[in-house]
Design a protein around this ligand. Sequence first.
Ligand code: NAD
Length: 259
Amino acid sequence: MNLAIIGCGNIGGAIARAIDKEQGFNLVALFDIDPERAAALERELKSKPVVISRIEDILKDKDIDLVVESASQDAVRHYGIKILESGKNLMIMSVGAFTEDILFERMKRIAEEKNLKVYIPSGAILGVDGLKSANMAKINSVMLTTRKNPKSLDVDVDKETILYEGTAREGVRKYPKNVNVASTLSLAGIGLDKTKLKIIADPSVDKNIHEIKVRGDFGEFNVKVENLSCPENPKTSYLAVLSAIATLKGIKEAVQIGT
Ligand SMILES: NC(=O)c1ccc[n+]([C@@H]2O[C@H](COP(=O)([O-])OP(=O)(O)OC[C@H]3O[C@@H](n4cnc5c(N)ncnc54)[C@H](O)[C@@H]3O)[C@@H](O)[C@H]2O)c1
């Protein structure tokens, strides 16, 4: 499988290093709005992907099967539709871009028409599998509570403070770099307006903690994950990086485990 990565930061870099050693994956191109980041990553890799300076070079390359977006919500907005229209599968990390329903629906339609896939990894949360199963019957409520150190949320508070309480849609828009997982959870379940989100800045924690409560016809589940953040980017949980790598490997696996 020939891959290109857009966004050579924390997640893009970790994915590139992971597949660099992996049979069956061929990393052919790297693109970053900051060309030095792509060039620095390329120097670390055995596979020697081409560092490109224009998205068009990915779009016109007929040999690329899958593009990994690990850049920003703007990247999804600006390149997502073009990538699918050029006939390539797409994996998306900046899922918060899908608070725009029109963008999500358009990308989904193009993927359906062209028989392509859009992959959205679970990211830094647990429970996406159970939520998808539960969604085969009635779900009454989905609630995500995210607790992070104020530094990870770019706020300066010296005691536990609720920064946001409301719909996932509004919360993701207010904290676009922090709660992509709320968007993922909403897409897997009952949508951005019915999924509830609470964001707490807590100086006493040094982990990114997500608690998910789901109630429905199946019963209820409560899951909690205490994520260590990546040293390079405290806003990003290590599990999100691992989830992206696991999703990629899963595409090639004959046996698919989990919902
Ligand atoms: N789905 C999840 O669970 C989850 C978890 C953590 C982070 N994220 C999101 O994934 C994305 C990447 O996270 P990260 O920790 O690797 O960030 P990062 O800041 O370490 O790296 C992002 C890289 O993308 C580049 N970039 C930004 N906009 C671009 C554009 N329009 N075109 C090309 N390159 C661009 C930047 O220059 C940077 O090198 C972010 O949007 C982040 O919010 C998602």
